[in-house]
Write a protein that binds this ligand. Sequence first.
Ligand code: 3PG
Length: 206
Amino acid sequence: MERLLVLVRHGQSEWNLKNLFTGWKDPDLTEQGVAEAKNAGVQLHDMKLQFDIAYTSVLQRAQKTLTLILEELGQQGLETIKDQALNERDYGDITGMNKDEARQQFGEEQVHIWRRSFDIPPPGGESLKMTAERVLPYYRTEILPQVLSGKRTIVAAHGNSLRALIMELEGLSPEEILKRELGTGAPVIYRLDEDGKVISVEDLAD
Ligand SMILES: O=C(O)[C@H](O)COP(=O)(O)O
């Protein structure tokens, strides 16, 4: 039985383009983001992949990315479950701030800690660890059972919610996951064994 799980980070958003901390804010995709999402769909189509169920966050940049991918696959209307458990990490008080201006105000090192440390949250926001504490229970109880039952599954979400999931799937340490950058609109294709362990991984960004 095939146990397929594809993860894809949304295409470039308006706030990615403006270099703003986005978190739970809900900007739309840019033209480039739309093109990236369509390209992800073309790549999956070329690989002859089809899906039985889709998951996404409650944020439009992820939802639109998924819709554009499903259009390329001729799978419009596929059963899709939206849940805020898959939202981006909440950036708290620095949401909406320009990332370069934040570096000037708080210093390069502090901003790097907020963005890439494992367990230090930005003020009023979520660390990667806190993000994992909501993403992973959702994955284990909602998504993984579908994959293990043979439903080919695609998850369209965000840089840090997917990082949390990839950490678990690939058994990465906090240091290893923080170095892992996910390309916008670049699918990562996993095949799992009957226990949910990863048999193979293919990152189309590589
Ligand atoms: O929320 C954001 O600003 C981005 O989607 C991810 O931000 P990061 O690159 O700082 O993790």
